[in-house]
Design a binder for this molecule. Structure first.
Ligand code: C2E
Ligand code: MG
Ligand code: MG
Ligand code: MG
Length: 287
């Protein structure tokens, strides 16, 4: 009996696994097409000054208009791109498009804000990263100080390697933000040596911050540490006024999350600029 159950379990498992693999292989092929057929696009999520509500930047977030599956989120296809060499091509497209778009907005009279772009580990470690990014900046004519790269703690594992990469980027005027901060392994002693401009407090600490005193303590500590290290600090995943109030009480200077705005299409960003007002929390997103 045990054997039979075991066998059934095994069959079920292989069937599931087979389906998953098929799906993945299919998506992998589709993704190659997406890159050549222009199916990728960027949404932009506003980042705001916590005190004034003024927009200070946007984070570029890639999406895929799949021909049959609708719009796919990066959680679905970035891992596939990362397992193949496609992440380089995809990452280059994202960087170029984000810089091009921000320069176009600046030229059209939009606010002189930054665009943040997420980097995958492979991109971060690619040879001549700084030259490669400088070329994109030159091509798109965006000034380096308006580009911010979002990297994660896991890319900082080898302090020698990461510090030389970060120093080069920083010397060319590009800003560095440490994304999902607090969820990875970070040596605080390296943190102070690296040219990191901003800590981005991970959403997992914000989610329960109104009830969970530990999360609240961690967030307060990160904010205070950032201040002492002369870094900016932004909290991500702010969904409610109550969460915002705690962040403001603890002197968090910048905010990103659904409470202010969901990620917006490029044309919705333009509409927001044209309305010529401070970025206000969207009524529909109020908790
Ligand atoms: P991330 O960089 O931490 O981006 C923040 C994610 O949280 C985004 O999800 C955003 O839509 C979501 N978010 C923002 N505010 C809130 C909120 O208030 N509540 C909740 N529940 N979620 C919120 P998205 O767009 O699905 O992106 C997921 C991840 O995919 C990103 O996490 C980033 O790691 C990766 N990613 C996105 N675009 C790119 C890209 O161009 N290149 C690379 N390498 N990775 C990317
Ligand atoms: Mg990010
Ligand atoms: Mg993040
Ligand atoms: Mg994240």
């Amino acid at each position: 009996e045990v054997k039979k159950n075991g066998k059934n379990g095994y069959q079920y498992y292989t069937k599931e696994l087979h389906a998953l693999l098929q799906e993945k292989i299919q998506l992998e092929g589709d993704l190659r097409q997406a890159l050549t057929q222009g199916q990728l696009f960027l949404d932009y999520q506003p980042q705001a000054d916590a005190g004034t509500n003024q927009i200070i930047g946007v984070e570029a977030l890639v999406r895929w208009q799949h021909p049959t599956k609708g719009i796919l989120s990066p959680g679905v296809f970035i891992p596939i791109a990362e397992e193949t060499a496609m992440i380089y091509e995809l990452g280059t497209w994202v960087l170029r498009e984000a810089c091009r778009q921000m320069k176009a907005w600046h030229d059209a009279g939009g606010p002189l804000i930054t665009v943040s772009v997420n980097l995958s580990s492979q991109q971060f470690h690619q040879a001549n990263l700084t030259t490669y990014i400088k070329d994109i900046l030159e091509e798109t004519k965006l000034e380096s100080r308006y580009l911010e790269l979002e990297i994660t703690e896991s890319m900082m594992m080898d302090p020698k390697v990461s510090s030389s990469i970060l120093n080069e980027l920083s010397e060319s005027g590009i800003r560095i933000s440490l994304d999902d901060f607090g969820t990875g392994y970070s040596s605080l002693s390296y943190l102070k040596l690296l040219p990191i401009h901003k800590l981005k407090i991970d959403r997992s600490f914000i989610r329960d911050i109104t009830q969970n005193v530990n999360d609240k303590a961690i967030v307060a500590t990160i904010i205070s540490m950032a201040k002492h290290l002369n870094m900016d600090v932004i909290a991500e995943g702010i969904e409610t006024k109550e969460q915002l109030d705690i962040l403001v009480d603890n002197d968090c200077s910048e905010i990103q999350g659904y409470y202010y705005s969901r990620p917006l299409s490029a044309s919705d960003v333009e509409a927001m600029f044209l309305s010529d007002r401070k970025l206000q929390p969207l009524q529909s997103d109020r908790a």
